[in-house]
Design a protein around this ligand. Sequence first.
Ligand code: FAD
Ligand code: FES
Length: 366
Amino acid sequence: MSIFFSSVLAVTSISSFLVILILVIDLIINNYPNFDININNKKTIKVEGGKPLLFALKDKEIFIPSACGGRGSCGYCKVKVLNTSTPYLPTELPYLTDEEKKNNIRLSCQIKVKSNLNIEIPESLFSVHQYETKVLSLTDLTYDIKQVTLEIEKDQNIDFKSGQYIQFEVPPYKLTSETVYRAYSIASAPSDNKKIELEIRLVPNGICTTYVHQYLKVGDKVKINGPYGEFYLRPTDAEIIFIAGGSGMAPIKSILLDMKEKGINRKATYFFGAKTKKDLFLLDLMEDLMKAMPNFKFIPALSDLNADPDWQGERGLITDVVDKYILSGENKEAYLCGSPGMINACIGVLTKKGIPNEKIYYDKFA
Ligand SMILES: Cc1cc2nc3c(=O)[nH]c(=O)nc-3n(C[C@H](O)[C@H](O)[C@H](O)COP(=O)(O)OP(=O)(O)OC[C@H]3O[C@@H](n4cnc5c(N)ncnc54)[C@H](O)[C@@H]3O)c2cc1C
Ligand code: FES
């Protein structure tokens, strides 16, 4: 047994040594010049060679969606690269379908700029900008969710669709030696384009959420970029099912406020899953929205069957509650936000009810 462990240790040490050696050689020998990147056959920018494409573009204020901050774990940063000879990396493969590989789609955080490139990105990304903001207020919504209100500085305005998200820039501090980015859905209505609200849940030892919960102060400056995302209300007459848990409340709150302001009175039911009463928040706002929009119903449910004996509302897993209320999926569309586990389980219930996959929209907070 000890021979087995020694062999594993030896192989691991040799591989780690080789990886470090390759990186050092890449740094010393490959002193890359600057390269040209042609975007959509429309414009050409000069970028620093040797950098991941995602960051080379960002340096030139071209912002590609990236929920994991370039760690290769979200699959959001896809870009069509028409002329690279770099083979697909093992870190890219889990996020790319065969069709995408045929179409030269790459994860821009994984491939480095080592030659002139021709790339294609969605036109909408040209309207993504960086914004300097100031923290206007920090409010505890629950013991682990903070509402952060940011004021857009200078003469900029942020135009977004309700449901979209921004990336929050965390400067180097105790938990990170470099600047990192994390995705947060905008919780406020798009009608106010000088201010945005975020709802940020603390992840123990998480880089961004620890920064927000323990270091960020009113008056601090914060850089954000955005807006991004395809999670927004489709303009149909279908009945709406919203499902969220925890900070998944944020984009749905934005959509609901927007619906109220625009007088959209489609039939809509919002199922919100929480463990106990102390995980519920914005109940007064939901009451107000139900009064203002007669076709809107908010149904919170507690999953801890024994907690809060005074609770009069629904109990059980949110999937069971959705299963109980939704009898058929006919003429319905669904908007889901929260943990990947919760979303996957809810998609299972909704498709069984007959809602087609293409009418189920979601943002997984991973
Ligand atoms: C499109 C999109 C929108 C999002 N909107 C919101 C939002 O409105 N509010 C919000 O609070 N979050 C949101 N998130 C999640 C957010 O982007 C971060 O992933 C999360 O806040 C953790 O960041 P961190 O830097 O603190 O943790 P990290 O330093 O990235 O992670 C630390 C550790 O915790 C684990 N971890 C990461 N996230 C979670 C999690 N959610 N639960 C449990 N463990 C985790 C990681 O695997 C890692 O091991 C969104 C994500 C996406 C993709
Ligand atoms: S930024 Fe997340 S995979 Fe590239």
